[in-house]
Ligand binder design. Structure first.
Ligand SMILES: [Zn+2]
Length: 424
């Protein structure tokens, strides 16, 4: 293959596979691959990659082995019927490797009624509708089509290609961690999450916390004999609001200027008291704190704990009966790839050329597997994919076919320009 005109040929090759990409997306949507039910979709995806000659590894993560990893967290007690898929295609040598990653798990359809069957992949107005259409079965189809488009043109890459489909992304990135623990690595990675065709080089993390605030019960007719834990919890909530504001100012990141509060800290559930005539002895606040791309989960936790301790210290009762902070079985790592990183440049150049405009670099509001891949695998991983994050997890979720084709074209060109091509 002569390198001259290679971009044009590859873009046309992807275009020629548009119908197949639509059918693969629809087929993937037809598997209701919610948490714990990813097996059928994963096996179908593994078969697709096997058919194009990739070496397939499909396995159910070993929960006991993963428990030893500091980043492991799950609400599950096994991973049967939730295999992870990794597929390799070795390069001819002397090139950089690339991971094309995506997650197969989807959130449930929700309580609102859909105008289409969420598990059918209905085609309408240039869009494919269904749960997981944009988040992110369309992206998984785009990864597959990008590799196939190069094969159809007999393009031999110098670097290795690794395609992966994870599980459990929507509840804390276990699949991405299992991929790393299995030993898979690459020089860079791309995840076609629905970023609206922008490069999301940063992604946020989050932690779910639970704060137990103590009081002392008494008959409400002699409330002065007790300590009201609900009133004490107001002080803690005030401290949390101050913490959110100080973090908003201190952690403001240039990639997140479009978000008024990029790393929100909210109390979203409150429970306290038993009886209207009894002073409550315990109040529990539950919430979520966003983690900035430059911050680790441990750093975020430490700041939260210090702020609560400071607030308790200022109150005679709470300094003797300090609130207790616990964390729920859910957390996501944040991640960042520098704008000056060679992979950012390569991906941006391909996006600019396919979309024929200067493509924006921004920060991703929701979490992604990229945080885990960056922090625990050292794989600089960027999210770039079709339209659009606003309709992810929503009723009548869809993926826009035109943006899906563009995504696959950008990924295919990135394979060429990152991994290198052998000229013959
Ligand atoms: Zn997603």
């Amino acid at each position: 293959m002569k390198l001259k005109g290679i971009n044009e040929q590859v873009m046309r090759s992807v275009q020629g596979l548009q119908e197949e990409m639509i059918e693969v997306t629809r087929k993937l949507i037809s598997f209701p691959s919610t948490l714990g039910n990813e097996g059928g979709a994963q096996r179908y995806y593994a078969d697709l990659l096997r058919e194009i000659g990739m070496k397939i590894d499909i396995w159910e993560p070993d929960i006991d082995a993963l428990k030893k990893h500091p980043a492991f967290i799950t609400s599950r007690d096994h991973f049967s019927n939730s295999p992870v898929v990794a597929a390799e295609c070795p390069g001819v040598g002397e090139g950089r490797s690339l991971l094309l990653c995506g997650h197969m798990d989807v959130v449930p359809p929700g309580e609102k009624t859909w105008s289409v069957d969420p598990w059918q992949g209905t085609l309408k107005d240039g869009k494919i509708f269904g749960r997981g259409a944009c988040d992110m079965k369309g992206g998984l189809a785009a990864n597959y089509i990008a590799i196939k488009a190069l094969q159809k043109k007999n393009i031999q890459l110098q670097g290795d290609v690794l395609a992966a489909s994870t599980i459990d992304e929507e509840s804390g990135s276990t699949g991405a961690l299992a991929l790393l623990e299995r030993g898979y690595r690459a020089d860079a990675g791309v995840i076609p999450e629905p970023t609206g065709l922008e490069l999301n080089t940063a992604s946020t993390g989050s932690i779910w916390f639970r704060i137990r605030v103590f009081g002392e019960s008494a008959h409400a007719g002699m409330a002065y004999k007790g300590v009201n834990s609900i009133y004490k919890s107001i002080k803690i909530m005030e401290a949390l609001r101050e913490l959110e504001e100080s973090r908003r100012i201190r952690l403001m990141h240039p990639l997140y200027t479009q978000h008024p509060v990029p790393f929100c800290l909210n109390v979203n559930k409150i429970e306290g008291g038993e009886w209207p005539a009894t002073v409550p002895a315990e109040t529990v606040l539950e919430g979520r704190m966003g983690i900035s791309p430059e911050e680790t989960i441990e750093e975020g936790r430490q700041e939260l704990e210090e702020r609560i301790a400071l607030s308790a210290k200022g109150d005679p009762w709470m300094s003797d009966h300090p609130p207790v902070i616990q964390y729920r079985n859910c957390r996501w790592n944040s991640g960042l790839v520098e704008e000056t990183h060679p992979f950012t440049k390569t991906l941006q150049q391909q996006a600019d050329s396919v979309l024929d405009r200067h493509v924006r670099i921004s920060g991703m509001g929701p979490c992604s597997d990229s945080g885990t891949l960056i922090r625990y695998g050292g794989i600089p991983t960027i999210n770039f994919g079709p339209n659009s994050m606003e309709i992810a997890h929503q009723t009548d979720e869809y993926v826009d076919i035109e943006s899906l084709v563009k995504t696959a074209q950008v990924i295919a060109l990135t394979l060429i320009h990152w991994c290198g091509v052998k000229e013959n």
